[in-house]
Design a protein around this ligand. Structure first.
Ligand code: ARG
Length: 569
């Protein structure tokens, strides 16, 4: 409609270009001023005429356009403005027909292109903490959003499963650990052993040499060393997978740092060949002072590769294997420098694509103050425990609100709503902002929360369920949807496509989360003002249709966030 208004105006106002008209065209805040208003002040200077007289002239010429009759309820002048009132019935028809299409919200911008998303990537033998929860849900949501745009997405879990810390862990395990205890307590025991190593090494520094030796044995492919390491990896993965199952998150590749261990020599050779490697205090680095960055460390004094070396190898491997258009990394903002260094090194290696296709997606911290969480000892917070706590809190609310549900239904609803509540809280604000954890807010069925959106979805479902019969095609009269709350709801429905695209362009799931709340609120206002289960079949069917579409979009938007829906809660 906006484009049509601009087109009509540019025929009537030859003094301005379409772009200039688009710039000054306003969308008035009050419905009595129409949907679009064209101010004539700027023209007054050019035409040396009073603005309200110009408005009248424009009005007269605009009224000759035949599109005015079919697409607008009316056009008026109001002082220096020409106000356009779009045809609400036509608007309702256009929006609802468009949104009934199966792939509403999808696009084809990504057809034939691949995006790699490197996310979650927890560290072996360490707990899956709240920070990893953030990268996991942000990455998963970006995966869904890009898939909706037609991209092929490769979901990569870059596990922290290689490095000198595993030498330390092996020493600690051999000295003070036992198979039974590790089997029984898993990561918790591995973390205890790791802490113990550092306490003991303070007293007995030769333990450090022993640890280096074990890691060296791992690098050389020593069977005993690798078997213990592999076992630690399996134990950790088993726990991580429980968290992934709760979240409904999956990966195409579990290619952690160890996957690249035999590719780092080539990286070093390539850097040498291109004259990028310099020695500094015994270590090998790429000097980045020219770019105002600390040097990128490639080899430590003892010749072993590090995190950055493996990341450089990973970029090359991924480019070769997936031929990505973009490779994006979702981590905390404290890794900003690391990625800036790695990306710069790729550029210096002469890869032209590096500048535009490597993207770091940072996010803010999680502050847990105010959240009472049962921690398993020490101050260590496991993501799994947070999710379980959310589920049990939602269970209490559902027990009270909806006692008639079967046990099975309650369990399913608590799981989906509980997990969804945590995910929604994480994704609702811009990712760079810190996330705070306030249970009363997160699990509330009112306000800007996951449960509120899911509750609205369930409400739509119940409305549709309680109708004896309805049709989405017959007995539809779009002029029924021209009251204020219906138009408002239609505007939200109409926005979905641009919401998905904006979320993708900005790598920002919060755009979808905020939209889901806006849509739910618009529906609830519509529902307060308009009865649906009325005798008049046309009124009933038409209002049912908009309810049906709202429900579809709510489900789709929640799905883009990685959140499920339940029919009753
Ligand atoms: N394991 C790292 C951590 O827990 C995150 C890895 C991110 N991905 C990467 N390619 N460096 O902080």
């Amino acid at each position: 409609m906006k484009n049509m208004v601009i087109d009509i105006l540019s025929k009537a106002v030859t003094e301005l270009s379409a772009e200039e008209i688009s710039e000054i065209l306003e969308q008035p805040p009050k419905p009595e001023l129409g949907d679009y208003a064209f101010p004539c002040f700027r023209l007054a200077k050019v035409m040396r005429k009073a603005p309200n007289m110009i408005a009248t002239d424009i009005y007269e010429s605009v009224m000759k356009d035949e599109r005015i009759n079919e697409s607008f309820d009316k056009v008026e002048t109001n002082g220096a403005y020409v106000n356009f009132f779009t045809n609400k019935t036509l608007f309702a028809k256009t929006v609802l027909e468009k949104s009934m299409e199966d792939d509403y919200g999808s696009s084809h911008v990504g057809d034939g292109k691949t995006i790699c998303i490197d996310y979650s990537s927890p560290n072996i033998a360490k707990n899956f903490h709240v920070g990893h929860l953030r990268t996991t849900v942000i990455g998963n949501s970006l995966f869904k959003i890009f898939t909706k745009q037609g991209y092929n997405v490769e979901r990569i879990n870059h596990l922290g499963d290689w490095g000198t810390q595993f030498g330390k862990l092996i020493v600690a395990y051999k000295n003070w650990g036992s198979e039974e205890k590790v089997k029984e307590k898993g990561i918790e025991e591995l973390m205890r052993l790791y802490v113990l190593f550092h306490d003991e090494a303070d007293k007995k520094p030769e333990l450090e040499d022993e640890a280096r030796l074990w890691f060296h044995r791992m690098e050389l492919g020593d069977e005993e060393a690798l078997n213990i390491w592999k076992w630690f990896v399996e134990i950790s993965l088993e726990e991580f997978r429980r968290t992934y199952a709760l979240l409904g998150v999956d990966f195409d590749h579990y290619t952690g740092e160890s996957f690249y261990r035999n590719m780092t020599d080539d990286v070093v050779d390539e850097l040498k060949k291109k004259n990028l490697l310099t020695e500094s205090e015994g270590a090998m680095i790429v000097d980045l002072s020219e770019y105002d960055m600390a040097p990128c460390l490639i080899l430590k004094k003892d010749g072993s590769s590090i995190y950055a070396t493996r990341d450089i190898a990973a970029v090359e491997y991924r480019k070769k294997t997936y031929n990505f258009d973009k490779c994006i990394y979702v981590t905390g903002q404290e890794q900003k420098l690391h990625f800036a260094q790695v990306f710069k090194v790729m550029e210096l290696l002469g890869y032209d694509w590096a500048k535009d296709s490597l993207v770091h997606i940072p996010y803010g911290l999680v502050s847990l103050d105010g959240a009472k969480l049962s921690s398993r000892g020490g101050n260590v917070i496991y993501a799994e425990d947070i999710l379980k706590e959310a589920i049990s809190k939602i269970r209490e609310i559902i027990d009270e609100k909806n006692p008639d549900l079967s046990d099975e239904q309650k369990e399913e609803a608590s799981r989906i709503v509980g997990v969804g509540a945590v995910i929604f809280n994480d994704l609702y604000n811009q990712r760079i902002k810190d996330v705070s954890f306030k249970w009363e807010h997160i699990t509330s069925f009112e306000g800007e929360t996951g449960p509120y959106v899911q509750y609205t979805y369930a409400r739509c479902s119940s409305i549709l369920r309680n109708l004896e019969s309805f049709s989405l095609e017959r007995h539809i009269d779009y002029s029924i949807l021209t009251d204020f709350t219906s138009v408002d709801l239609l505007k939200e429905i109409n926005r979905y496509q641009s919401v998905v695209d904006e979320a993708a362009d900005r790598y920002e799931p919060s755009v979808v989360a905020r939209y889901a709340v806006d849509l739910a609120q618009a529906f609830n206002r519509f529902y307060t003002e308009n009865r649906i289960a009325v005798d008049d079949v046309t009124v009933r069917n038409t209002r049912t249709k908009i309810t049906y579409i709202t429900r579809e979009i709510l489900r789709d938007a929640l799905n883009l966030l990685g959140i499920g829906c339940v029919e009753q809660m």
